[in-house]
Design a protein around this ligand. Structure first.
Ligand SMILES: CCCCCCCC/C=C\C/C=C/C(=O)SCCNC(=O)CCNC(=O)[C@H](O)C(C)(C)COP(=O)(O)OP(=O)(O)OC[C@H]1O[C@@H](n2cnc3c(N)ncnc32)[C@H](O)[C@@H]1OP(=O)(O)O
Length: 316
């Protein structure tokens, strides 16, 4: 149990360093991932005789784990638009950590409990009119969620059943595979510049890993939002599927990924993502300070206020 507490309270990077005896975040990610599924003593706490177990105690997030298939379903449930508040981000990080620690869990399907919106991204109200300490705490929670999801050793599949701007797109991009409902009313992309803000380097790097440098440069500068078909065209989404089949298609896709031996896939995933993860781990505190300074500026606060006012106008 002590090991479990250590893991859950310090986050995956730290717990894996403990598990592998590796001193620094930068030198141990591959070793850590290859052994991440080994330590069983703490994970016993999550064993259950029931086939499906409900994990999350939050009403903003449901996580159901099927011990028989090894697949967990994580549903965002924060009406009206699944915006990522401090509370939801914290719940997400904790939930992902629990799944990582569960030896029967091999994959996670991430989706929305509400049709039409996957996630509206970061909750803008968390970034407006608050003290600097709040901005710091909020940004640490954003980082933590990203580290858990992008750094997950599990197979992660995004079943994108609605629009997914900014932080919503980031979460989808952290996954190993993206399916999106083929409804042309939905859109996905990193639109930060349209709010007058700047996607940080780790948002950029996540996108570059998915669509490459050129598409990222254009998408970020212009704050482009893509229709599902356009998103497939630029590689932001792997494929579109009829709206009513998104979830079942995600399950079928998951079965394909689970045919690959975990250890080989995990080490490969780690090799692909290690540099990007290490980059943030090395600069976590300065990234938080940059965010807090940037978002506190009067000009940025004015941009966000104007953006939220425009959003509240009746839609034509
Ligand atoms: C020098 C370098 C320094 C580095 C500094 C780094 C800074 C980086 C900072 C931040 C990165 C930011 C990431 C983000 O994720 S910002 C969030 C971006 N999100 C958006 O732009 C989405 C905006 N929303 C929409 O486009 C739409 O709402 C929709 C498509 C998601 C849904 O449309 P619809 O169903 O028509 O709903 P409404 O528009 O009517 O919205 C309902 C309700 O919800 C409110 N709302 C919507 N989105 C958000 C949000 N992201 N946060 C908070 N609230 C949101 C909306 O205002 C409505 O509210 P109501 O009128 O009071 O009902």
């Amino acid at each position: 149990m002590a090991a479990l507490l250590l893991r859950t309270s310090r986050g995956l990077g730290a717990c894996l360093r403990v598990a592998t005896g590796c001193p620094s975040p930068s030198s141990c990610v591959v070793a850590a991932w290859s052994s991440a599924r080994w330590p069983r003593e703490g994970a016993v706490a999550w064993r259950t005789h029931a086939q499906v177990r409900h994990y999350s105690s939050s009403d903003k997030l449901s996580i159901d784990m099927d011990d028989k298939t090894g697949v967990a379903v994580l549903k965002l449930s924060n009406p009206p638009v699944n915006s990522l508040s401090l509370e939801l981000l914290t719940e997400l990080a904790i939930g992902l950590d629990k799944l990582e620690m569960n030896p029967s869990c091999r994959g996670v399907i991430m989706t929305s409990a509400h049709p039409h919106i996957f996630s509206a991204g970061l909750d803008v109200s968390e970034m407006m009119g608050k003290p600097t300490e709040h901005y710091r705490e909020f940004w640490r929670a954003v980082q933590e969620m990203w580290l858990k999801l992008y750094g997950s050793s599990l197979v992660t599949i995004a079943a994108i059943n609605g629009s997914s701007p900014a932080g919503g797109c980031l979460m989808a991009m952290c996954c190993d595979y993206r399916l999106m409902a083929d409804n042309p009313k939905y859109s996905i992309g990193l639109n930060e510049t349209k709010l007058g803000i700047v996607a940080p380097f780790w948002f950029r790097d996540t996108m570059m890993g998915v669509v490459g440098t050129r598409v990222t440069e254009r998408s970020l500068q212009l704050g482009l939002m893509y229709s599902p078909a356009e998103a497939v065209h630029v590689g932001l989404v792997d494929r579109t599927v009829p709206e009513e089949t998104v979830f079942e298609e995600a399950r079928t896709e998951m079965a394909r990924w689970l045919k690959i031996p975990d250890h080989a896939r995990q080490i490969t995933k780690s090799m692909m993502r290690k540099t990007t993860i290490d980059h943030l781990l090395a600069q976590r505190d300065s990234d938080i300070s940059n965010f807090a300074n940037f978002i506190s500026k009067d000009s940025i606060q004015k941009s966000l206020t104007a953006y939220m006012q425009a959003l509240r106008q009746p839609k034509k």
